[in-house]
Design a protein around this ligand. Sequence first.
Ligand SMILES: Cc1cc2nc3c(=O)[nH]c(=O)nc-3n(C[C@H](O)[C@H](O)[C@H](O)COP(=O)(O)O)c2cc1C
Length: 219
Amino acid sequence: MNIIEAIENRRSIRTFKPDPIPDGILEKIIKTAGRSPSYTNTQPWEIAVVRGKTRDDLSRNLYNAASSDTPITPDIPKPSTWPEELDRRSKEHGERRFKVLGIERDDAVKRKDLRLQNFKFYGAPAVLFIFIDKGLSEWSVMDIGMFAQSIMITALEYGLGTCPQAVLTNYPRIVKRHLNIPESKRLALGISIGYPDNEALINSYRSARVEIEKFTSWY
Ligand SMILES: Cc1cc2nc3c(=O)[nH]c(=O)nc-3n(C[C@H](O)[C@H](O)[C@H](O)COP(=O)(O)O)c2cc1C
C-alpha cells in the first residue's frame, strides 16, 4: 500500500474481530509512529497499551459510567458550540451513520446503544490511550494528533484497523486509576485497534469529505 492509498483508505472501524494482535506488532507500530514530527522534537506523547483483563475491567467501568449518564470531566474540554458549518457536518455524519444501520431518528435506545459501543472499544482486543503532561500547550496537542495519525496509518500495513475516540477521554479519572497514571497527565485520546470485521454493516460506512475549494485558498 502506498502512502496516498493508506491515507485515502483509512477509515474509522467500529466493529472489530476479537482476534488478538500477535506479539510485537503493536510495538512496531508505536516505534514507527514515534518518528512523527513534534515541536522542537519534544515528542510529548505517552502511550498506554491496554489488553486482556485490564482492557476488560476498564471497558466495564467506562461502560457503566457512560450508561448511567455520569457527568463527563475530560481533561481536554469539548467545545460547547461549533461554528454552524462544522455543526452541520457533524450532524450529517451522525445521521448518515444511523442510516447505514437502519436506525430511525427517534430511536433513542438504539442511538444510545450505538454510542455506548465506544466503551466496549467496538470489540477491539486492544486500546491505546495517549497522554500528555498537563503543563503543555496546544502545540503539544497538535503533536499528539500527528502521532495518532501515524499510528492509524501504520496499523494498516499490518492489516489492522483503528478508531480514534474522544469519548474515551470522558472519564479520565477512571482510565488513570486503572492504568496507574498520575493526575499530572492529561488524557488526550483513546484509539481502539484490532482486525476489522469486514462483514459488519457499520464498517461499510464511508464518511463524506468537503471539496477542497471549501478549505483551500490559492494565491
Ligand atoms: C479527535 C477525534 C475524536 C474522535 N472521536 C470519536 C469517538 O469518540 N467515537 C467514534 O466512533 N469516532 C470518533 N472519531 C472518528 C470520527 O468520527 C471520524 O474520523 C470521522 O467521522 C471521519 O471518518 P473516518 O475516520 O472514517 O474517515 C474521532 C476522530 C477524531 C480525529
